[in-house]
Design a protein around this ligand. Structure first.
Ligand SMILES: *[C@@H]1O[C@H](CO)[C@@H](O)[C@H](O)[C@H]1NC(C)=O
Ligand SMILES: *[C@@H]1O[C@H](CO)[C@@H](O)[C@H](O)[C@H]1NC(C)=O
Ligand SMILES: *[C@@H]1O[C@H](CO)[C@@H](O)[C@H](O)[C@H]1NC(C)=O
Ligand SMILES: *[C@@H]1O[C@H](CO)[C@@H](O)[C@H](O)[C@H]1NC(C)=O
Ligand SMILES: *[C@@H]1O[C@H](CO)[C@@H](O)[C@H](O)[C@H]1NC(C)=O
Ligand SMILES: *[C@@H]1O[C@H](CO)[C@@H](O)[C@H](O)[C@H]1NC(C)=O
Ligand SMILES: *[C@@H]1O[C@H](CO)[C@@H](O)[C@H](O)[C@H]1NC(C)=O
Ligand SMILES: *[C@@H]1O[C@H](CO)[C@@H](O)[C@H](O)[C@H]1NC(C)=O
Ligand SMILES: *[C@@H]1O[C@H](CO)[C@@H](O)[C@H](O)[C@H]1NC(C)=O
Ligand SMILES: *[C@@H]1O[C@H](CO)[C@@H](O)[C@H](O)[C@H]1NC(C)=O
Ligand SMILES: *[C@@H]1O[C@H](CO)[C@@H](O)[C@H](O)[C@H]1NC(C)=O
Ligand SMILES: *[C@@H]1O[C@H](CO)[C@@H](O)[C@H](O)[C@H]1NC(C)=O
Length: 756
């Protein structure tokens, strides 16, 4: 054994002995290098470390499963951890020991339905605290490849559930809270954990009509890019200053996302000022060559991805072929250095190379996970996300006292849902409260009999459970049908083929309606919209609730809502289309605006009649809006707007104040939604949005209480986006609506003027 080898083994042993497998800046080889010097700028520290690596060593650091470099005292590092709605399973995350579980919040589609930015901030701060605790105990990394902020463009999309919905403004508010909640905490010196905005860009198709996401070329106009697909990424990168983004599987206008210089270099880095790195979606580098046929050699594939600015490969392609690319001179060593400087810079900003004892985040441990507060927050979030869609004759809330000694039947395939309520990208939760358990908990002091019959599965034709369900319903005082869909119908890699309620469920509902002694209640779980028009219109069903995938406390949340312990205030973050919608437009048609082969997408452009509209949701109480009419300041000249240094898009043109009053009999939350309707006759846009959200605010109101809410109107909300992506101020009347009520009109006078 040579001296070198012995030294090698000693090093390995020292490194393995370190708690948390951290780089040793105290006594190891790194300790004398600038990487461990906290007084130096992070970029300089990163550059120096990289300069000490051999080329072969550098290449091992270009992939998410990065090997140790024992010679330098650098431990192995797994870049891929996940926390979409709570710390979740990923190669970098392990549950066990002191950390058997993490809080499992409702899915992002539910969080969108809450329309509550303060709630979102609390949730994402809690997630980053738990994520840090996992890292302190060596059970997770520091970079979390969440959130998913693609626009939920088509109701068939299997991963729409991972997003807060279909509206770019709502998604932008969501991502702002997400990134801040993850990255910024009490210690301003460090990132709390690093977030990752994905999937950049225009990714929202899994597998449709024979084309999958690895082969799909999204043909997107500049208008749709600027107006719809990119705004959440702009907010994420420019405003929230995310530490990383992920390029997607699909191509955009013929160029694979991870090879797309225009999107990564020109837009993300130069225009939005990305201060961080770009990681590929997993195996998205090799598909540039193998699936998109964009390149024909591995050397060229490495070159187009690195030159576009994809710094880190979630996969093995960079590991296997970067040396060949160097040999063939399709890349030079500087390309590698640049990528590594960006990734290591983020690790330095996370405090990875700094002494743990001076970092508050490193003191977070298992006692900060699954706390009483976190459990309460998960329940609160589930309650806030539940949307009441129908409530005829005040069928809800159910009255506990009146139901004393009576019998309630929970019927249907989601009445005992557990993991189903976690959607996807989940971890191990501390518990999962299914609806039956939730109902038992809420009714336990009232000797109410809660019975369950499955009735049918989510979607197969088997009706053999009907008899038992119908017998139970026949002998019960209240019957609640729990239906919906699950990951067998909507999932990653799997888009929906129908947006109707599965036939077997509809059939059972219709049979139940015939025999129940009081009208039926229906509860739906799903991560996307369903055509619920039958239930909406049926006089035999009095109430209808959509509860998304509500997380670990979902069953208790729905019971609290149905018994009036919580007054629902969620609003739909997506349009519920009629079932025929999917025959009217091809899923691969990325266009938002209507055309002869497209009825238009989302509430902004859909020209048909929605089953339930974006923003829809009822309450057990009634709210009234009032405002002082203010027509004095409503006329602006475009010339003066351009001249008077209004050239700051966040500038407030107008400030709206709306009084919301609870004029009903029950405490409750209202979501006040502010829309703008641009003029129909535009110079640069033949088909302007029907309306667009520019503000929302969730408020809780006691009986007779009035709260004033504020909506700033920015120039940004008035801009017209032309087909080529240019932005314009155009003359005409812009109507301001509070929900459906016309509140004010802003007139712009003058000539159409290019704004940006
Ligand atoms: C760290 O960097 C600072 C600034 O360049 C320098 O003054 C100091 O000597 C360095 N410390 C060590 C231990 O090298
Ligand atoms: C599905 O794909 C086939 C074959 O590529 C094509 O002819 C057909 O038009 C596509 N269907 C729709 C609805 O776009
Ligand atoms: C890519 O090339 C392969 C084989 O050369 C071919 O089978 C495939 O159809 C091509 N794919 C595309 C999207 O052009
Ligand atoms: C990289 O190399 C490993 C080992 O030879 C192989 O198993 C793997 O499939 C390769 N991956 C890619 C993307 O080429
Ligand atoms: C890459 O280099 C190898 C060995 O030098 C050579 O055989 C091959 O043709 C080169 N390929 C390209 C695309 O330049
Ligand atoms: C729900 O009940 C059905 C029928 O009893 C059973 O097959 C299923 O496993 C249960 N699901 C869960 C999550 O407990
Ligand atoms: C049931 O009664 C107990 C004892 O009176 C009380 O502590 C508890 O809060 C009640 N539970 C519910 C759900 O009302
Ligand atoms: C609701 O507000 C309007 C003013 O916007 C007022 O005229 C009306 O009386 C209010 N209704 C109730 C029931 O308070
Ligand atoms: C709104 O409420 C505030 C405070 O309660 C009150 O001063 C104001 O007059 C109200 N405005 C309108 C338009 O009702
Ligand atoms: C305020 O404006 C609304 C809508 O434009 C109108 O219905 C209402 O009559 C106006 N109220 C007053 C006091 O002018
Ligand atoms: C974009 O389109 C507008 C018309 O909508 C035109 O006036 C403008 O010159 C175009 N800009 C570019 C850069 O093509
Ligand atoms: C709400 O206001 C109404 C009308 O002013 C009044 O009769 C009622 O007592 C008030 N309710 C509460 C709970 O304050």
């Amino acid at each position: 054994m040579t001296v070198g080898l012995i030294l090698f083994f000693i090093l390995v042993i020292t490194i393995n002995a370190q708690k948390g497998n951290l780089p040793d800046c105290k006594s190891g080889p790194l300790s004398t290098f600038p990487i461990c010097n906290q007084s130096l700028p992070s970029r300089q520290r990163a550059a120096d470390l990289i300069s000490r690596m051999t080329t072969t060593e550098k290449i091992t650091q270009l992939v998410t499963t990065a090997a140790a470099i024992p010679r330098l005292g650098l431990p192995k590092y797994e870049w891929w951890s996940d926390c979409l709605h709570g710390v979740g399973y990923a190669p970098g995350v392990s549950f066990g020991g002191d950390l058997p579980a993490a809080t499992s919040f409702p899915m992002p589609i539910n969080l969108g339905a809450s329309f509550n930015t303060a709630l979102l901030h609390r949730i994402f701060s809690t997630i980053s605290t738990e994520a840090r605790a996992f890292n302190s105990e060596d059970r997770a990394g520091l970079v979390f490849l969440s959130p998913n902020i693609n626009i939920f463009r088509d109701p068939r999309w299997g991963r729409g559930q991972e997003t807060p919905g279909e509206d770019p403004f709502l998604t932008s508010q969501y991502v702002y809270e997400y990134v801040n909640g993850l990255q910024r905490g009490e210690d301003e010196r460090y990132l709390k954990v690093a977030a990752n905005c994905k999937h950049y860009a225009a990714y929202d198709l899994e597998n449709w009509n024979g084309t999958d996401r690895f082969h799909f070329d999204a043909r997107v106009s500049d208008q749709d890019l600027i107006e719809t697909y990119l705004p959440p990424f702009e907010t994420c990168i420019h405003d929230a200053k995310v530490a990383s983004i992920m390029c997607s599987y699909n191509s955009i206008n013929g160029i694979p996302a991870c090879a797309n210089q225009f999107l990564i270099k020109t837009i993300a880095r130069e225009s939005y000022h990305l201060d961080g790195f770009v990681v590929s979606d997993c195996d998205a580098i090799e598909i540039i060559m193998n699936d998109h046929n964009y390149t024909s050699t591995v050397q060229d594939t490495i070159a187009v991805a690195l030159h576009a600015g994809t710094d880190l490969d979630c996969g093995q392609f960079y590991l296997n072929y970067t040396q060949q690319a160097l040999d063939n001179k399709t890349i030079i060593e500087t390309d590698i250095n640049q990528a590594l400087e960006r990734t290591f810079n983020v690790l330095i900003r996370l405090g990875y190379f700094d002494p743990p004892e001076q970092q508050p985040y490193r003191k977070l441990s298992h006692i900060n996970v699954d706390t009483i507060e976190a459990r309460q927050l998960a329940l609160d979030a589930a309650q806030q996300s539940i949307v009441l869609l129908k409530n005829t004759n005040k069928a809800l809330p159910l009255n506990l006292n009146q139901l004393r000694n009576k019998k309630i039947a929970l019927i249907g395939p989601t009445a005992n849902a557990t993991r189903l309520m976690q959607g996807n990208y989940y971890g191990t939760p501390p518990f999962l409260i299914d609806p039956i358990t939730g109902f038992q908990e809420v009714t336990k002091n009232y000797s109410i009999d809660i019975s369950f019959a499955y009735g049918c599965k989510i979607s197969d034709d088997d009706e053999s459970g009907f008899v038992e369900a119908i017998e139970l319903a026949y002998t019960s005082d209240v019957v609640i049908f729990f239906g919906g869909i699950d990951q067998s119908i909507e999932a990653e890699g799997h888009d929906r083929e129908s947006i109707a309620l599965p036939t077997v469920q509809l059939t059972l509902i219709q049979q139940l309606e015939k025999i129940v002694c009081s009208p039926l209640h229906v509860v739906i779980m799903s991560g996307s919209g369903l055509d619920l028009s039958y239930i909406r219109d049926s006089s035999e069903s009095d109430s209808l609730i959509w509860m998304g995938y509500a997380g670990q406390a979902g069953g208790l949340a729905i019971a609290n809502v149905m018994f009036g312990q919580y007054n629902p205030g969620g609003r739909l973050p997506i349009t519920f289309y009629p079932a025929s919608y999917i025959n009217d437009v091809s899923m691969s048609d990325m266009q938002m605006r209507p055309s002869p082969t497209n009825p238009g997408r989302t509430y902004k452009f859909y020209t048909g009649q929605a089953v339930f509209e974006f923003g829809y949701g009822l309450s057990y109480t009634t709210f009234n809006y009032s405002w002082y009419n203010n027509s004095m300041n409503s006329i602006f000249s475009i010339r003066s707007l351009m001249k008077n240094n209004y050239n700051e898009k966040k500038l407030h043109l107008q400030f709206y104040r709306v009084n919301v009053t609870n004029i009903g009999q029950i405490v409750g939350d209202d979501v006040v939604l502010a829309f703008i309707i641009p003029p129909r006759n535009s110079f640069n846009d033949p088909s302007p949005p029907l309306r667009k959200l520019f503000g929302f605010k969730r408020v809780q109101l006691n009986i007779n209480q009035t709260i004033q809410v504020f909506f700033p109107l920015n120039i940004d909300s008035l801009l017209t986006v032309a087909y080529n992506g240019s932005k314009w101020l155009e003359p005409g009347s812009y109507k301001i609506l509070i929900r459906k009520q016309h509140m004010h009109t802003v007139y712009l006078r003058g000539r159409p003027t290019r704004y940006s």
